[in-house]
Design a protein around this ligand. Structure first.
Ligand code: GLY
Ligand code: MN
Ligand code: MN
Length: 453
């Protein structure tokens, strides 16, 4: 049944040490002398007694040095025009490693990661106190690890008297998130290759689910095919997979995935893998029995044409809102033509107009190390203009959930939910759809669905 060989290709190289150093340089060159920057790991979280959720480091830590271990702090310090990057890590400890796995330790970190010095995490407080005495501003993103936040706050408070007497010591805590987000927004060649690979594996995973679709298959079984494919290729999911059949397809963040696909319904699968920290985010919608009904076809074709119109707008110099406007226009026109709305185009597009009943989310978001990646959409209140290297999802949909009691759902389209989502790189030559290997034309889908059963 499951054909895991559909896409086996060598993986692109991870980010080079040189590239990490360039990222650090671009960030730290914005700091003044005697300023320090602290990036903390996320605190591991408990799932149940003695069991933790799988650990994933903070995206800023991954971006700046690629360190994946918990209990770590990146500490950068600028002095006389020069900066150094130090990493505080868990030291080697045979007993802990027997239980929980190997640690690179201090020596491993300094030898193999793009940093200048490594120290034990246990020495952080003392070194922080020493360096703070000579520093002016502290850049720290709070909220990831409360222990570190408190340590930094106390260290700064402890400098209060000496600062008043000697005139030195930190006078401001600043959040570096926006500076880092601005760098992360534009992807390098190496990042694009990692994202392209995640998109290829995710596309093949969707194809595997299509090939193995049949009436009666469980949503959880389609999920297993998709996520098994990710794992087979050495990847994990970037976000919990959404596998919703029939009316479940009309729940935007449905995650129970515990119903059988019985009858003529459409299954909506929103699933993407993560590779070396970088996410793919792909949605496809298809009838599990392999044949679109007339009503399903009408809605599917409308969403597909809206998606293509939106992708067309992913061009250098266009505002990030242009794909959303194009998708909304196409969908509003379409629901009027299908008789779903009797409003004028302008009325349907208005804030409380008909379109909002059936299409209630945005058309896209930045994607990168976070599936909803960082980057201000409206710097200084103005829509961000697309530049080469930005990557955005394009994901219009229509959702006619007959279970809703706030609207009259047109009976012909009851319980049809369709979303089509691709990941699009902005290039000088126009939109480059990173997830283009995932089929979305109706005749392609009908030829693939069930072909492995
Ligand atoms: N998978 C979440 C989203 O599409 O935004
Ligand atoms: Mn998305
Ligand atoms: Mn998605």
């Amino acid at each position: 049944m499951f054909n895991a060989d559909a896409y086996i290709a060598s993986s692109p190289n991870a980010i080079s040490k040189n590239e990490f150093r360039q990222r650090q340089s671009r960030l730290l060159s914005q700091l003044e002398d005697d300023e320090i920057l602290i990036i903390t790991a996320r605190k591991p979280s408990t799932r149940s007694n003695d069991v933790e959720y799988p650990f994933r480091n903070s995206s800023d830590m991954l971006y700046l040095c690629g360190w994946t271990e918990p209990q770590s702090i990146l500490f950068a310090h600028k002095k006389e025009g020069d900066w150094s990057v130090e990493l505080f890590v868990q030291p080697r400890n045979i007993l802990m490693e027997i239980w929980h796995g190997r640690r690179p330790g201090i020596e491993g970190a300094v030898n193999n990661w793009p940093i200048d010095e490594a120290h034990s995490i246990e020495d952080f407080k003392e070194i922080l106190n020493n360096v703070l005495a000579q520093s002016s501003k502290v850049y720290i993103r709070g909220g990831l690890d409360s222990t570190v936040d408190i340590m930094v706050k106390e260290a700064i408070e402890a400098r209060d008297r000496p600062r008043q007497q000697l005139g030195n010591g930190p006078t401001a805590i600043l959040d570096p998130s926006m500076m880092i987000a601005e760098l992360r927004l534009r992807k390098s060649e190496a990042e694009i290759e990692l994202m392209r690979h995640a998109c290829k594996v995710s596309s093949c995973a969707h194809i595997e689910a299509m090939r193995n679709s049949s009436e009666g298959i469980g949503e959880w079984q389609l999920q297993a095919i998709i996520e098994g494919y990710f794992q087979w290729n050495g990847q994990s999911w970037a976000y919990p997979s959404i596998v919703g059949f029939g009316e479940n397809a009309t729940i935007l963040h449905y995650h129970q995935n515990d119903c059988r696909c019985e009858g003529e319904g459409i299954v909506l699968i929103d699933a993407g893998s993560e590779f070396n920290g970088y996410a793919a985010d792909i949605t496809r919608s298809w009838p599990t029995n392999g044949c679109f009904t007339e009503a399903q076809r009408e809605i599917y074709e409308l969403v597909l044409s809206a998606q293509k119109a939106a992708i067309e707008q992913c061009r250098v110099g266009n505002p990030f809102s242009a794909p959303h406007e194009a998708a909304r226009n196409a969908l509003a026109e379409g629901i009027i033509n299908l008789g779903i709305s009797e409003q004028s185009l302008e009325e349907s597009l208005a804030k409380d107009g008909d379109l909002g009943k059936w299409y209630m989310h945005n058309t896209g978001h930045w994607i990168g190390l976070d599936v909803h990646d960082v980057g201000i959409y409206k710097p200084n209140g103005e829509a961000r203009l697309f530049e080469e290297g930005m990557v955005i999802t394009v994901e219009p949909g229509l959702y006619f959930g007959a279970w809703r009691d706030d609207v009259n759902v047109p009976s012909k389209y009851a319980n049809i939910g369709v979303r089509i989502e691709d990941d699009v790189l902005i290039t000088a030559n126009g939109p480059d759809v990173l997830s283009k290997d995932c089929p979305k034309e109706i005749d392609e889908l009908e030829a693939i669905i069930g072909s492995n059963s």
